[in-house]
Write a new protein. Structure first.
Length: 276
C-alpha cells in the first residue's frame, strides 16, 4: 500500500489515543495532518516528523498541507456540522472519510460531504488509549466503499485494538450504547464496589485497591480463557456461600441485569437523537 496522507479532524482524548497507536504502528506508512484548536495536551508530538499540527483547516490550507487519502472525523457530534463546513478545499472527490462520532449516520454525512463521498463509520472505545479498545466498523454499502478505503480504515482502527465489522448500520446505535459507552459502566462498577466495601467496614484506600484489582483481574481472566462469562461466574460461586448471597441480590428481577438493560437503552436512544 502506498504512503497514506491522513487528516485527523479533532485530536482530543480519543483522537490522541488513535494517533499514538498510528505512530507506533511500523506497518503503517503515513503522514498525518492534525487539526485541533486546543493543543496544550499535544506537546508529545514535538519532534514527530510525520505529523503536521494546525489550529484549524484554514491554517492547514494556507500551509499547503498534503491532499488527504482519508479524513478521520473525530469531533463531538454537536460540532460535526461546523467541522465539515470548515474543511473547505480539503474535501475532494478521491478522499475517504472515517467518522467516529456517536450517532452520526453515513447518510447524514453524505448530505454534507456529497452523495458520492466514500464514508465509513466506526465506534471505538476508550481502552484504545492503551491499545485494548474494540471498534465496530461499518462501510457504507450504497457507495460500495473501495476495498482500499475499508482496508485503510481497518488498519487505522486495528492500531488501537480489536476491530469487528458490522453489515447493518442500524446496529451502530446499539454498538455505541454497549461498547462505546461501556467502559464508563465498568468504571462505575469499581466505584460502586469501592463504596460498598467502605460501608462493609474496610478502609477507603483498601476498598479502592481491592475493587480495582478485582475488576481488572476478572477482566484479564475472562480475556485469557475460552470460557463463557456465565460459566466463570458459576465456577466461583459455591452453593450457600458468600458469592451466592451477593448474586441473589444482583440477579433479582430489579437487579443488575434490569439496570444495565435500562442504561444501554437510554444510551442507544441518545445516540439516535444525536444523529437527528
Amino acid at each position: 500500500m502506498a504512503q497514506q496522507q491522513i487528516t485527523l479532524l479533532g485530536c482530543g482524548k480519543m483522537g490522541s489515543a488513535m494517533l499514538e497507536g498510528w505512530l507506533a504502528d511500523t506497518s503503517l506508512d503515513a503522514n498525518f495532518t492534525i487539526i485541533e484548536p486546543h493543543q496544550s495536551h499535544l506537546g508529545w508530538l514535538q519532534g514527530q516528523k510525520a505529523v503536521r499540527l494546525y489550529a484549524d483547516c484554514a491554517a492547514a490550507i494556507a500551509d499547503d498541507a498534503p491532499v488527504s487519502t482519508m479524513i478521520v472525523l473525530a469531533v463531538k457530534p454537536q460540532m460535526m456540522d461546523d467541522a465539515i463546513a470548515g474543511l473547505g478545499v480539503m474535501k475532494h472527490a478521491d478522499c475517504a472519510y472515517l467518522s467516529i462520532a456517536a450517532g452520526i449516520s453515513t447518510g447524514w454525512l453524505k448530505q454534507r460531504l456529497g452523495d458520492d463521498a466514500i464514508v465509513i463509520r466506526a465506534m471505538p472505545n476508550t481502552p484504545a488509549a492503551i491499545g485494548k479498545g474494540i471498534t465496530a466498523l461499518y462501510a457504507d454499502a450504497s457507495n460500495q466503499a473501495p476495498n482500499q478505503a475499508r482496508d485503510l480504515a481497518s488498519q487505522l482502527l486495528a492500531a488501537v485494538g480489536q476491530v469487528v465489522h458490522v453489515q447493518d448500520e442500524a446496529l451502530m446505535d446499539g454498538v455505541t450504547a454497549l461498547s462505546g459507552s461501556g467502559p464508563a459502566y465498568v468504571f462505575l462498577l469499581v466505584e460502586a464496589m469501592t463504596e460498598a466495601g467502605i460501608k462493609a467496614g474496610l478502609p477507603d484506600d483498601l476498598a479502592a485497591e481491592l475493587a480495582k484489582a478485582t475488576v481488572c483481574g476478572a477482566g484479564a481472566l475472562m480475556a485469557a480463557v475460552d470460557t463463557a462469562p456465565a460459566i466463570l461466574r458459576e465456577n466461583v460461586t459455591s452453593k450457600g456461600g458468600t458469592t451466592a448471597a451477593a448474586l441473589a441480590v444482583l440477579m433479582a428481577d430489579d437487579g443488575l441485569a434490569s439496570l444495565m438493560t435500562k442504561a444501554v437503552a437510554a444510551a442507544k436512544a441518545r445516540s439516535i437523537e444525536l444523529g437527528e
